[in-house]
Design a protein around this ligand. Structure first.
Ligand code: GP9
Ligand code: MN
Length: 638
Protein backbone atom coordinates (compact mmCIF):
# COMPACT_ATOMS: atom_id res chain seq x y z
CA UNK A 1 0.00 0.00 0.00
CA UNK A 2 1.38 3.45 -0.89
CA UNK A 3 1.61 5.79 2.07
CA UNK A 4 1.28 9.55 1.87
CA UNK A 5 4.47 11.57 2.40
CA UNK A 6 3.21 12.86 5.72
CA UNK A 7 2.50 9.47 7.14
CA UNK A 8 5.93 8.31 5.97
CA UNK A 9 7.61 11.06 7.93
CA UNK A 10 5.22 11.20 10.87
CA UNK A 11 7.79 9.93 13.37
CA UNK A 12 10.18 12.63 12.27
CA UNK A 13 7.50 15.31 12.47
CA UNK A 14 6.61 14.28 15.99
CA UNK A 15 10.28 14.48 16.98
CA UNK A 16 10.59 17.93 15.41
CA UNK A 17 7.45 19.22 17.06
CA UNK A 18 8.54 17.98 20.49
CA UNK A 19 12.01 19.46 20.11
CA UNK A 20 10.61 22.75 18.86
CA UNK A 21 8.34 23.13 21.88
CA UNK A 22 11.12 22.01 24.18
CA UNK A 23 13.51 24.60 22.79
CA UNK A 24 10.96 27.35 23.21
CA UNK A 25 10.33 26.19 26.78
CA UNK A 26 14.08 26.33 27.44
CA UNK A 27 14.24 29.84 25.95
CA UNK A 28 11.53 31.00 28.27
CA UNK A 29 12.69 29.29 31.44
CA UNK A 30 16.48 29.07 31.26
CA UNK A 31 17.60 32.16 29.39
CA UNK A 32 16.92 35.77 30.05
CA UNK A 33 15.99 36.97 26.57
CA UNK A 34 14.43 40.40 26.54
CA UNK A 35 11.29 40.63 24.43
CA UNK A 36 9.93 44.06 23.61
CA UNK A 37 6.92 43.35 21.43
CA UNK A 38 4.77 40.69 19.90
CA UNK A 39 6.80 40.46 16.70
CA UNK A 40 9.93 39.61 18.71
CA UNK A 41 8.06 36.96 20.68
CA UNK A 42 6.79 35.45 17.45
CA UNK A 43 10.28 35.32 15.95
CA UNK A 44 11.60 33.73 19.12
CA UNK A 45 8.86 31.12 18.94
CA UNK A 46 9.37 30.11 15.32
CA UNK A 47 13.15 30.44 15.16
CA UNK A 48 14.09 26.86 16.21
CA UNK A 49 12.04 25.42 13.37
CA UNK A 50 14.36 26.02 10.42
CA UNK A 51 17.33 24.26 11.95
CA UNK A 52 15.29 21.38 13.34
CA UNK A 53 13.63 20.73 9.98
CA UNK A 54 17.05 20.69 8.40
CA UNK A 55 18.92 18.49 10.82
CA UNK A 56 16.13 15.95 11.30
CA UNK A 57 15.42 16.14 7.56
CA UNK A 58 18.74 14.50 6.76
CA UNK A 59 17.08 11.38 8.14
CA UNK A 60 15.04 11.26 4.93
CA UNK A 61 18.06 9.75 3.22
CA UNK A 62 17.77 6.77 5.57
CA UNK A 63 14.97 4.29 5.70
CA UNK A 64 13.34 1.80 8.05
CA UNK A 65 14.69 1.49 11.58
CA UNK A 66 17.83 3.43 10.72
CA UNK A 67 15.92 6.61 10.08
CA UNK A 68 14.16 6.45 13.42
CA UNK A 69 17.38 5.65 15.22
CA UNK A 70 18.96 8.68 13.56
CA UNK A 71 16.05 10.81 14.72
CA UNK A 72 16.37 9.63 18.31
CA UNK A 73 20.13 10.13 18.21
CA UNK A 74 19.63 13.66 16.85
CA UNK A 75 17.14 14.40 19.61
CA UNK A 76 19.81 13.42 22.10
CA UNK A 77 22.47 15.59 20.43
CA UNK A 78 20.23 18.64 20.19
CA UNK A 79 19.11 18.13 23.78
CA UNK A 80 22.74 18.03 24.84
CA UNK A 81 23.36 21.36 23.08
CA UNK A 82 20.41 22.83 24.98
CA UNK A 83 21.60 21.45 28.29
CA UNK A 84 25.19 22.64 27.76
CA UNK A 85 23.93 26.15 27.07
CA UNK A 86 21.57 26.06 30.04
CA UNK A 87 24.35 25.07 32.40
CA UNK A 88 26.77 27.60 30.93
CA UNK A 89 24.13 30.30 31.12
CA UNK A 90 23.52 29.64 34.81
CA UNK A 91 27.10 30.52 35.49
CA UNK A 92 28.04 33.09 32.85
CA UNK A 93 24.71 34.54 31.80
CA UNK A 94 25.81 34.02 28.24
CA UNK A 95 25.60 31.54 25.37
CA UNK A 96 28.38 29.14 24.48
CA UNK A 97 30.78 30.08 21.70
CA UNK A 98 33.57 28.05 20.22
CA UNK A 99 36.39 30.24 21.60
CA UNK A 100 34.78 29.89 25.00
CA UNK A 101 34.75 26.12 24.72
CA UNK A 102 38.49 26.24 24.21
CA UNK A 103 39.13 28.68 26.98
CA UNK A 104 40.41 26.13 29.39
CA UNK A 105 40.38 28.48 32.34
CA UNK A 106 36.66 29.05 31.93
CA UNK A 107 36.08 25.36 31.59
CA UNK A 108 38.07 24.77 34.75
CA UNK A 109 35.77 27.09 36.64
CA UNK A 110 32.81 25.38 35.19
CA UNK A 111 34.06 21.82 35.63
CA UNK A 112 34.23 21.98 39.39
CA UNK A 113 30.82 23.52 39.66
CA UNK A 114 29.07 21.55 36.97
CA UNK A 115 27.33 19.26 39.43
CA UNK A 116 26.13 22.22 41.46
CA UNK A 117 24.90 23.87 38.29
CA UNK A 118 22.71 20.96 37.31
CA UNK A 119 19.18 21.20 38.60
CA UNK A 120 16.67 18.39 39.27
CA UNK A 121 14.28 19.87 36.72
CA UNK A 122 16.87 19.37 33.99
CA UNK A 123 15.66 15.80 33.82
CA UNK A 124 12.54 17.14 32.09
CA UNK A 125 14.72 17.62 29.03
CA UNK A 126 14.64 13.87 28.57
CA UNK A 127 10.85 13.61 28.42
CA UNK A 128 10.48 13.94 24.68
CA UNK A 129 13.29 11.48 24.07
CA UNK A 130 11.52 8.98 26.30
CA UNK A 131 8.32 9.54 24.34
CA UNK A 132 10.16 8.97 21.06
CA UNK A 133 11.76 5.75 22.27
CA UNK A 134 8.43 4.52 23.52
CA UNK A 135 6.75 5.30 20.19
CA UNK A 136 9.59 3.69 18.31
CA UNK A 137 9.31 0.48 20.32
CA UNK A 138 5.50 0.27 20.38
CA UNK A 139 4.42 1.60 17.03
CA UNK A 140 5.69 -0.83 14.45
CA UNK A 141 4.10 1.28 11.71
CA UNK A 142 6.80 3.94 12.21
CA UNK A 143 9.49 1.45 11.28
CA UNK A 144 8.36 0.09 7.95
CA UNK A 145 7.53 1.34 4.54
CA UNK A 146 8.84 4.86 5.06
CA UNK A 147 11.02 5.17 1.97
CA UNK A 148 10.81 8.67 0.49
CA UNK A 149 11.19 9.49 -3.19
CA UNK A 150 13.67 11.94 -4.66
CA UNK A 151 10.87 14.34 -5.49
CA UNK A 152 9.51 14.24 -1.97
CA UNK A 153 12.93 14.97 -0.56
CA UNK A 154 13.47 17.83 -2.97
CA UNK A 155 10.12 19.33 -2.02
CA UNK A 156 10.95 18.90 1.66
CA UNK A 157 14.28 20.71 1.48
CA UNK A 158 12.78 23.45 -0.62
CA UNK A 159 10.31 23.93 2.18
CA UNK A 160 13.14 24.02 4.73
CA UNK A 161 14.87 26.71 2.68
CA UNK A 162 11.71 28.78 2.60
CA UNK A 163 11.35 28.51 6.36
CA UNK A 164 14.93 29.80 6.68
CA UNK A 165 14.18 32.75 4.42
CA UNK A 166 10.96 33.50 6.21
CA UNK A 167 12.76 33.56 9.56
CA UNK A 168 15.63 35.67 8.27
CA UNK A 169 13.23 38.05 6.56
CA UNK A 170 11.31 38.63 9.76
CA UNK A 171 14.51 39.16 11.73
CA UNK A 172 15.93 41.57 9.18
CA UNK A 173 12.76 43.60 9.43
CA UNK A 174 12.90 43.59 13.21
CA UNK A 175 16.68 44.05 13.48
CA UNK A 176 18.28 45.38 10.27
CA UNK A 177 21.72 44.03 9.31
CA UNK A 178 21.48 41.43 12.02
CA UNK A 179 24.30 39.23 10.79
CA UNK A 180 26.71 41.94 9.75
CA UNK A 181 25.97 44.70 12.16
CA UNK A 182 24.84 43.36 15.49
CA UNK A 183 27.01 40.81 17.12
CA UNK A 184 25.20 40.49 20.33
CA UNK A 185 24.70 36.83 21.05
CA UNK A 186 21.40 37.42 22.77
CA UNK A 187 20.19 39.23 19.67
CA UNK A 188 21.30 36.38 17.43
CA UNK A 189 19.67 33.70 19.54
CA UNK A 190 16.54 35.78 19.75
CA UNK A 191 16.34 36.11 15.99
CA UNK A 192 17.88 33.10 14.31
CA UNK A 193 17.75 30.53 17.15
CA UNK A 194 20.31 29.05 19.45
CA UNK A 195 21.15 26.34 16.91
CA UNK A 196 21.71 28.61 13.91
CA UNK A 197 23.74 30.88 16.16
CA UNK A 198 26.09 27.96 16.81
CA UNK A 199 26.42 27.34 13.07
CA UNK A 200 27.11 31.02 12.49
CA UNK A 201 29.68 30.96 15.24
CA UNK A 202 31.29 27.90 13.66
CA UNK A 203 31.57 29.54 10.24
CA UNK A 204 33.23 32.62 11.72
CA UNK A 205 35.56 30.44 13.70
CA UNK A 206 36.75 28.33 10.79
CA UNK A 207 37.34 31.36 8.60
CA UNK A 208 39.38 32.93 11.31
CA UNK A 209 41.37 29.81 12.11
CA UNK A 210 42.36 29.33 8.47
CA UNK A 211 43.81 32.80 8.17
CA UNK A 212 45.48 32.52 11.48
CA UNK A 213 46.94 29.10 10.72
CA UNK A 214 48.57 30.28 7.51
CA UNK A 215 50.31 33.22 9.17
CA UNK A 216 53.86 33.20 10.52
CA UNK A 217 56.28 35.71 12.01
CA UNK A 218 57.63 36.66 8.58
CA UNK A 219 54.32 38.33 7.84
CA UNK A 220 55.15 40.85 10.50
CA UNK A 221 58.48 42.03 9.09
CA UNK A 222 57.10 44.13 6.24
CA UNK A 223 54.49 45.60 8.55
CA UNK A 224 57.08 46.45 11.18
CA UNK A 225 59.11 48.29 8.57
CA UNK A 226 56.11 50.30 7.52
CA UNK A 227 55.10 51.07 11.08
CA UNK A 228 58.60 52.18 12.04
CA UNK A 229 58.82 54.49 9.05
CA UNK A 230 55.36 55.82 9.90
CA UNK A 231 56.15 56.55 13.54
CA UNK A 232 56.88 60.26 13.91
CA UNK A 233 58.55 62.02 16.80
CA UNK A 234 56.17 62.91 19.58
CA UNK A 235 55.82 66.28 21.30
CA UNK A 236 58.77 66.21 23.68
CA UNK A 237 57.77 69.23 25.74
CA UNK A 238 54.46 67.60 26.60
CA UNK A 239 55.96 64.17 27.24
CA UNK A 240 54.81 63.11 30.69
CA UNK A 241 52.71 66.25 31.24
CA UNK A 242 50.00 64.06 32.73
CA UNK A 243 52.30 61.44 34.19
CA UNK A 244 50.77 59.34 36.92
CA UNK A 245 47.29 60.83 36.55
CA UNK A 246 44.10 58.83 36.30
CA UNK A 247 42.74 58.63 32.79
CA UNK A 248 39.00 59.12 32.40
CA UNK A 249 37.98 58.46 28.83
CA UNK A 250 34.40 59.26 27.94
CA UNK A 251 32.96 57.76 24.77
CA UNK A 252 30.28 60.17 23.57
CA UNK A 253 27.62 58.11 21.86
CA UNK A 254 26.92 59.10 18.24
CA UNK A 255 28.33 62.59 18.79
CA UNK A 256 29.51 64.36 15.66
CA UNK A 257 31.39 67.63 15.58
CA UNK A 258 28.74 69.52 13.67
CA UNK A 259 26.81 70.13 16.90
CA UNK A 260 29.72 71.93 18.58
CA UNK A 261 29.33 75.71 18.81
CA UNK A 262 26.05 75.48 16.92
CA UNK A 263 22.49 76.42 17.68
CA UNK A 264 19.17 74.85 16.84
CA UNK A 265 16.04 77.04 17.01
CA UNK A 266 18.35 79.71 18.45
CA UNK A 267 19.42 77.51 21.37
CA UNK A 268 22.93 76.20 22.00
CA UNK A 269 23.22 72.44 21.50
CA UNK A 270 26.33 71.83 23.61
CA UNK A 271 26.78 74.81 25.95
CA UNK A 272 28.93 72.85 28.37
CA UNK A 273 31.27 71.39 25.77
CA UNK A 274 31.60 74.77 24.10
CA UNK A 275 33.06 76.13 27.34
CA UNK A 276 34.98 73.00 28.25
CA UNK A 277 36.94 72.93 25.00
CA UNK A 278 38.15 76.44 25.77
CA UNK A 279 39.99 74.96 28.75
CA UNK A 280 41.33 71.96 26.90
CA UNK A 281 43.31 70.69 23.99
CA UNK A 282 40.62 70.66 21.35
CA UNK A 283 41.24 68.79 18.11
CA UNK A 284 38.97 70.17 15.44
CA UNK A 285 40.09 68.18 12.40
CA UNK A 286 39.49 64.85 13.98
CA UNK A 287 37.60 61.91 12.41
CA UNK A 288 36.06 58.67 13.56
CA UNK A 289 37.35 55.58 11.74
CA UNK A 290 34.77 53.00 12.67
CA UNK A 291 33.13 50.37 10.50
CA UNK A 292 30.27 48.01 11.18
CA UNK A 293 31.40 47.44 14.73
CA UNK A 294 30.35 50.98 15.66
CA UNK A 295 31.04 51.70 19.35
CA UNK A 296 33.12 48.56 19.71
CA UNK A 297 35.23 49.56 16.70
CA UNK A 298 35.94 52.92 18.28
CA UNK A 299 37.01 51.17 21.46
CA UNK A 300 39.25 48.89 19.46
CA UNK A 301 40.95 51.81 17.72
CA UNK A 302 41.36 53.84 20.90
CA UNK A 303 42.90 51.01 22.91
CA UNK A 304 45.13 49.55 20.19
CA UNK A 305 45.81 52.23 17.59
CA UNK A 306 44.92 49.61 15.00
CA UNK A 307 42.09 49.88 12.47
CA UNK A 308 38.90 47.89 12.93
CA UNK A 309 37.84 45.49 10.18
CA UNK A 310 36.13 46.46 6.95
CA UNK A 311 33.48 43.79 7.45
CA UNK A 312 31.97 42.69 10.73
CA UNK A 313 33.10 43.69 14.18
CA UNK A 314 36.61 42.79 15.24
CA UNK A 315 35.31 42.54 18.81
CA UNK A 316 33.37 39.56 17.68
CA UNK A 317 35.54 37.97 15.01
CA UNK A 318 38.93 38.24 16.68
CA UNK A 319 38.39 38.48 20.40
CA UNK A 320 40.80 35.64 21.00
CA UNK A 321 43.77 37.38 19.38
CA UNK A 322 46.90 38.57 21.11
CA UNK A 323 46.82 42.35 21.59
CA UNK A 324 49.00 44.90 23.29
CA UNK A 325 46.24 47.26 24.29
CA UNK A 326 46.45 50.38 26.40
CA UNK A 327 45.43 48.64 29.67
CA UNK A 328 48.28 46.19 29.28
CA UNK A 329 50.87 48.86 28.46
CA UNK A 330 49.73 50.95 31.42
CA UNK A 331 49.55 48.01 33.79
CA UNK A 332 53.34 47.75 33.49
CA UNK A 333 53.42 51.36 34.74
CA UNK A 334 51.28 50.58 37.77
CA UNK A 335 47.86 51.40 36.35
CA UNK A 336 44.58 49.68 37.15
CA UNK A 337 42.10 49.57 34.25
CA UNK A 338 38.32 49.44 34.02
CA UNK A 339 35.45 49.94 31.60
CA UNK A 340 32.18 51.34 32.87
CA UNK A 341 29.13 50.76 30.71
CA UNK A 342 25.55 50.07 31.78
CA UNK A 343 24.76 47.43 29.17
CA UNK A 344 24.91 43.63 29.00
CA UNK A 345 28.47 42.48 29.22
CA UNK A 346 28.07 40.28 26.15
CA UNK A 347 26.97 43.15 23.94
CA UNK A 348 29.62 43.50 21.24
CA UNK A 349 31.31 40.53 22.92
CA UNK A 350 32.87 43.03 25.28
CA UNK A 351 33.36 40.60 28.13
CA UNK A 352 35.72 38.47 26.06
CA UNK A 353 37.48 41.26 24.21
CA UNK A 354 38.20 43.20 27.40
CA UNK A 355 39.99 40.15 28.73
CA UNK A 356 42.16 40.12 25.63
CA UNK A 357 42.89 43.83 26.11
CA UNK A 358 43.94 43.16 29.68
CA UNK A 359 41.26 45.18 31.48
CA UNK A 360 41.20 44.52 35.19
CA UNK A 361 37.50 45.18 35.56
CA UNK A 362 34.36 45.53 33.47
CA UNK A 363 31.63 47.27 35.42
CA UNK A 364 28.63 46.32 33.28
CA UNK A 365 24.88 46.67 33.78
CA UNK A 366 25.03 44.47 36.87
CA UNK A 367 27.10 47.11 38.67
CA UNK A 368 24.38 49.72 38.15
CA UNK A 369 21.00 50.30 39.65
CA UNK A 370 18.82 50.33 36.55
CA UNK A 371 15.07 50.85 36.85
CA UNK A 372 12.30 51.78 34.44
CA UNK A 373 12.32 55.22 35.91
CA UNK A 374 15.99 55.97 35.39
CA UNK A 375 16.13 54.44 31.91
CA UNK A 376 15.23 55.56 28.44
CA UNK A 377 15.80 54.05 25.00
CA UNK A 378 18.79 51.74 25.24
CA UNK A 379 19.00 51.79 29.01
CA UNK A 380 20.30 53.80 31.92
CA UNK A 381 20.10 57.54 31.30
CA UNK A 382 23.44 59.32 30.98
CA UNK A 383 22.89 61.51 34.04
CA UNK A 384 22.22 58.46 36.16
CA UNK A 385 25.07 56.63 34.50
CA UNK A 386 27.59 59.35 35.34
CA UNK A 387 26.21 59.73 38.84
CA UNK A 388 26.60 56.05 39.60
CA UNK A 389 29.85 55.76 37.64
CA UNK A 390 31.61 58.39 39.68
CA UNK A 391 30.72 56.42 42.79
CA UNK A 392 32.23 53.35 41.15
CA UNK A 393 35.35 55.26 40.07
CA UNK A 394 35.98 56.16 43.69
CA UNK A 395 36.31 52.50 44.53
CA UNK A 396 39.04 51.82 41.93
CA UNK A 397 42.71 51.59 42.84
CA UNK A 398 44.61 54.66 41.58
CA UNK A 399 46.07 55.55 39.19
CA UNK A 400 43.47 54.08 36.87
CA UNK A 401 42.79 54.04 33.16
CA UNK A 402 39.03 54.07 32.78
CA UNK A 403 36.61 54.24 29.91
CA UNK A 404 33.01 55.35 30.37
CA UNK A 405 30.61 54.58 27.55
CA UNK A 406 27.48 56.72 27.34
CA UNK A 407 24.21 55.52 25.84
CA UNK A 408 21.38 58.05 25.80
CA UNK A 409 22.39 59.76 22.57
CA UNK A 410 21.83 56.56 20.63
CA UNK A 411 19.48 56.04 17.72
CA UNK A 412 16.43 56.35 17.85
CA UNK A 413 17.29 59.23 20.20
CA UNK A 414 14.49 58.76 22.69
CA UNK A 415 14.20 61.16 25.58
CA UNK A 416 11.69 61.67 28.37
CA UNK A 417 9.81 64.98 28.32
CA UNK A 418 11.41 66.02 31.62
CA UNK A 419 14.91 65.65 30.11
CA UNK A 420 14.26 67.74 27.01
CA UNK A 421 16.16 71.00 27.40
CA UNK A 422 15.83 72.23 23.84
CA UNK A 423 13.17 71.88 21.15
CA UNK A 424 13.43 69.31 18.40
CA UNK A 425 14.55 70.43 14.99
CA UNK A 426 11.89 70.73 12.32
CA UNK A 427 12.73 68.74 9.19
CA UNK A 428 11.49 65.67 7.31
CA UNK A 429 13.84 63.47 9.36
CA UNK A 430 12.51 62.43 12.74
CA UNK A 431 15.96 61.08 13.48
CA UNK A 432 17.75 64.37 13.00
CA UNK A 433 14.95 66.28 14.73
CA UNK A 434 15.27 64.16 17.85
CA UNK A 435 19.07 64.06 17.76
CA UNK A 436 19.55 67.60 19.05
CA UNK A 437 17.65 67.26 22.34
CA UNK A 438 19.52 64.04 23.21
CA UNK A 439 22.88 65.64 22.41
CA UNK A 440 21.84 68.56 24.61
CA UNK A 441 20.91 66.13 27.37
CA UNK A 442 24.26 64.34 27.11
CA UNK A 443 26.01 67.71 27.34
CA UNK A 444 24.18 68.49 30.56
CA UNK A 445 25.02 65.05 31.94
CA UNK A 446 28.70 65.68 31.18
CA UNK A 447 28.61 69.00 32.95
CA UNK A 448 27.26 67.36 36.06
CA UNK A 449 29.84 64.58 35.80
CA UNK A 450 32.74 67.03 35.81
CA UNK A 451 31.22 68.80 38.83
CA UNK A 452 30.88 65.48 40.58
CA UNK A 453 34.50 64.58 39.86
CA UNK A 454 35.49 67.84 41.52
CA UNK A 455 33.29 67.12 44.54
CA UNK A 456 34.77 63.65 44.82
CA UNK A 457 38.36 64.85 44.61
CA UNK A 458 38.98 62.90 41.44
CA UNK A 459 39.25 65.88 39.12
CA UNK A 460 42.63 67.42 39.93
CA UNK A 461 44.69 64.28 39.55
CA UNK A 462 43.03 63.05 36.38
CA UNK A 463 43.22 63.59 32.66
CA UNK A 464 39.73 63.75 31.17
CA UNK A 465 39.39 62.71 27.55
CA UNK A 466 36.23 63.01 25.49
CA UNK A 467 35.71 61.52 22.05
CA UNK A 468 32.78 60.87 19.71
CA UNK A 469 32.49 57.17 18.96
CA UNK A 470 31.00 57.33 15.43
CA UNK A 471 28.43 59.19 13.39
CA UNK A 472 24.86 59.45 14.67
CA UNK A 473 23.21 60.79 11.55
CA UNK A 474 23.71 58.66 8.47
CA UNK A 475 23.59 59.80 4.88
CA UNK A 476 19.94 58.70 4.73
CA UNK A 477 19.22 62.04 6.35
CA UNK A 478 21.17 64.22 3.98
CA UNK A 479 18.18 66.27 2.96
CA UNK A 480 17.42 67.20 6.55
CA UNK A 481 21.12 67.81 7.18
CA UNK A 482 21.20 70.23 4.26
CA UNK A 483 18.37 72.10 5.87
CA UNK A 484 20.28 72.29 9.16
CA UNK A 485 23.68 73.15 7.69
CA UNK A 486 22.27 75.48 5.06
CA UNK A 487 24.40 73.92 2.34
CA UNK A 488 24.38 70.99 -0.01
CA UNK A 489 25.71 67.71 1.40
CA UNK A 490 28.04 66.53 -1.36
CA UNK A 491 30.26 63.44 -1.00
CA UNK A 492 32.94 65.90 0.12
CA UNK A 493 30.68 67.23 2.88
CA UNK A 494 29.70 63.70 3.83
CA UNK A 495 33.32 62.97 4.68
CA UNK A 496 33.61 66.22 6.60
CA UNK A 497 30.55 65.18 8.61
CA UNK A 498 32.56 62.22 9.91
CA UNK A 499 34.39 64.61 12.21
CA UNK A 500 33.83 63.82 15.87
CA UNK A 501 34.94 65.68 19.00
CA UNK A 502 38.25 64.84 20.62
CA UNK A 503 39.02 66.83 23.72
CA UNK A 504 41.86 66.37 26.22
CA UNK A 505 41.45 68.17 29.51
CA UNK A 506 44.30 68.20 32.02
CA UNK A 507 43.40 70.31 35.06
CA UNK A 508 46.17 72.77 35.89
CA UNK A 509 47.64 72.50 32.42
CA UNK A 510 45.11 72.82 29.63
CA UNK A 511 43.04 75.38 31.49
CA UNK A 512 46.20 77.51 31.75
CA UNK A 513 47.22 76.95 28.17
CA UNK A 514 44.29 75.75 26.13
CA UNK A 515 44.94 74.98 22.51
CA UNK A 516 42.99 74.31 19.37
CA UNK A 517 44.81 71.75 17.29
CA UNK A 518 44.13 71.88 13.57
CA UNK A 519 46.23 68.85 12.73
CA UNK A 520 44.26 66.28 10.71
CA UNK A 521 43.88 63.07 12.65
CA UNK A 522 41.58 60.28 13.73
CA UNK A 523 40.76 57.92 16.56
CA UNK A 524 43.86 55.93 15.63
CA UNK A 525 45.92 58.83 17.06
CA UNK A 526 44.24 58.87 20.46
CA UNK A 527 46.45 56.26 22.08
CA UNK A 528 49.81 57.66 20.94
CA UNK A 529 48.68 61.15 21.98
CA UNK A 530 47.57 60.07 25.44
CA UNK A 531 50.57 57.84 25.99
CA UNK A 532 52.96 60.70 25.25
CA UNK A 533 51.12 62.87 27.77
CA UNK A 534 51.36 60.06 30.30
CA UNK A 535 55.08 59.77 29.70
CA UNK A 536 54.91 56.38 28.03
CA UNK A 537 57.04 55.72 24.98
CA UNK A 538 55.03 53.75 22.41
CA UNK A 539 57.13 54.50 19.37
CA UNK A 540 58.11 50.88 18.95
CA UNK A 541 54.62 49.50 19.32
CA UNK A 542 52.88 48.11 16.29
CA UNK A 543 50.47 50.99 15.90
CA UNK A 544 49.29 53.21 13.08
CA UNK A 545 48.57 56.42 14.95
CA UNK A 546 50.83 59.30 15.93
CA UNK A 547 50.93 61.95 18.62
CA UNK A 548 48.45 64.57 17.46
CA UNK A 549 50.16 67.22 19.57
CA UNK A 550 53.39 66.82 17.65
CA UNK A 551 54.32 69.09 14.73
CA UNK A 552 55.92 66.09 13.10
CA UNK A 553 52.64 64.27 12.67
CA UNK A 554 51.48 64.07 9.08
CA UNK A 555 48.24 65.85 8.26
CA UNK A 556 46.58 62.67 7.11
CA UNK A 557 43.92 60.26 8.28
CA UNK A 558 42.15 57.37 6.58
CA UNK A 559 38.59 56.29 7.24
CA UNK A 560 37.58 52.66 7.31
CA UNK A 561 35.88 52.88 3.91
CA UNK A 562 39.15 53.98 2.31
CA UNK A 563 38.34 57.69 2.16
CA UNK A 564 41.15 59.90 3.42
CA UNK A 565 41.73 63.47 4.46
CA UNK A 566 44.86 65.62 4.42
CA UNK A 567 45.34 69.32 5.16
CA UNK A 568 44.56 70.07 1.52
CA UNK A 569 42.32 67.35 0.11
CA UNK A 570 39.53 64.94 0.81
CA UNK A 571 39.45 61.73 -1.17
CA UNK A 572 36.33 59.59 -1.33
CA UNK A 573 34.71 57.20 -3.81
CA UNK A 574 37.56 57.66 -6.26
CA UNK A 575 37.25 61.46 -6.38
CA UNK A 576 39.80 63.91 -5.05
CA UNK A 577 38.33 67.13 -3.61
CA UNK A 578 40.10 70.37 -2.90
CA UNK A 579 39.37 71.28 0.72
CA UNK A 580 39.36 75.02 0.12
CA UNK A 581 36.67 74.84 -2.56
CA UNK A 582 35.00 71.52 -1.86
CA UNK A 583 35.19 70.88 -5.59
CA UNK A 584 36.90 67.97 -7.38
CA UNK A 585 40.57 68.56 -8.20
CA UNK A 586 41.25 68.38 -11.91
CA UNK A 587 44.78 67.08 -11.77
CA UNK A 588 44.65 64.21 -9.31
CA UNK A 589 48.27 64.62 -8.19
CA UNK A 590 47.44 65.97 -4.77
CA UNK A 591 45.63 62.79 -3.74
CA UNK A 592 47.73 60.22 -5.53
CA UNK A 593 50.70 59.96 -3.15
CA UNK A 594 48.34 59.38 -0.24
CA UNK A 595 46.04 56.91 -1.97
CA UNK A 596 48.56 54.08 -1.75
CA UNK A 597 49.42 54.88 1.82
CA UNK A 598 45.75 54.77 2.77
CA UNK A 599 45.20 51.39 1.17
CA UNK A 600 48.41 49.97 2.52
CA UNK A 601 47.75 51.05 6.06
CA UNK A 602 44.29 49.48 6.17
CA UNK A 603 45.58 46.31 4.58
CA UNK A 604 48.48 45.97 7.04
CA UNK A 605 46.14 46.46 9.94
CA UNK A 606 43.77 43.80 8.55
CA UNK A 607 46.66 41.38 8.13
CA UNK A 608 47.65 41.87 11.76
CA UNK A 609 44.16 41.07 12.94
CA UNK A 610 43.32 38.20 10.59
CA UNK A 611 46.72 36.59 11.08
CA UNK A 612 46.78 37.32 14.81
CA UNK A 613 50.29 38.59 14.13
CA UNK A 614 50.92 40.32 17.43
CA UNK A 615 51.45 36.89 18.96
CA UNK A 616 54.80 36.94 17.13
CA UNK A 617 55.87 40.23 18.64
CA UNK A 618 58.41 40.25 21.40
CA UNK A 619 56.67 42.52 23.87
CA UNK A 620 59.06 42.01 26.76
CA UNK A 621 62.08 43.18 24.81
CA UNK A 622 60.07 46.19 23.79
CA UNK A 623 58.99 47.03 27.32
CA UNK A 624 62.56 47.14 28.56
CA UNK A 625 63.75 49.38 25.76
CA UNK A 626 60.81 51.79 26.01
CA UNK A 627 61.13 52.10 29.76
CA UNK A 628 64.75 53.06 29.31
CA UNK A 629 63.82 55.66 26.74
CA UNK A 630 61.08 57.10 28.92
CA UNK A 631 63.57 57.72 31.69
CA UNK A 632 65.99 59.38 29.28
CA UNK A 633 63.34 61.65 27.80
CA UNK A 634 62.09 62.68 31.22
CA UNK A 635 65.65 63.33 32.40
CA UNK A 636 66.32 65.49 29.38
CA UNK A 637 63.16 67.46 30.02
CA UNK A 638 64.05 68.21 33.63
C1 GP9 B 1 25.89 49.36 23.31
C2 GP9 B 1 26.38 50.70 22.93
C3 GP9 B 1 25.85 51.12 21.60
O1 GP9 B 1 26.49 48.80 24.40
O2 GP9 B 1 27.74 50.75 23.00
O3 GP9 B 1 26.44 50.43 20.57
P1 GP9 B 1 26.38 50.93 19.07
O4 GP9 B 1 25.08 50.52 18.51
O5 GP9 B 1 26.52 52.43 19.09
O6 GP9 B 1 27.54 50.28 18.43
MN1 MN C 1 27.87 53.96 19.67
Amino acid sequence: MRKSFFSKISFMLIAILLMWLKTYAVYKTSFNIKIENFAQEFILFINPLSFLLLIFGFGLFLKGKNRNRYIIAMSCVVTFVLLANMVFYRFYNDFLTIPVLFQTSNMGDLGSSISTLLEPTDILLAVDIAVLIWLYKRQKTFQTNNVTTKKERAAYFLFVASVYFFNLGLSEAERPQLLTRSFDREMLVKNISLFNFHIYDGVLQSKQSAQRALADSNNLTEIENYVNANAKDTNKSLFGAAKGRNVILVSLESTQSFVINEKVNGQEITPFLNDFIKESFNFNNFYHQTGQGKTSDSEFIVDNSLYPLGRGAVFFTNAGNEYTAAPEILKKRGYYSAVLHANNKSFWNRDLMYQSFGYDKFLDVDSYDVTDKNSVGWGLKDKEFFEQSSELLRTLPQPFYSKLITLTNHFPFELDEEDKMIEEFDSNSQTLNKYFPTVRYQDEALKRFIEKLKEDGLYENSMIVLYGDHYGISENHNEAMEQFLGKEVTPFEEVQLQKVPFVVHIPGITDQQPKTIEKVGGQIDIRPTLMNLLGVDTKEQIQFGNDLLSDKKLDFTVLRDGSFITDRVVYTDGVCYDKSTGKPVKEDQTCEPFADKAKQELSFSDQIIYGDLLRFYDQDRLDDSSEKKEKETLDQAS
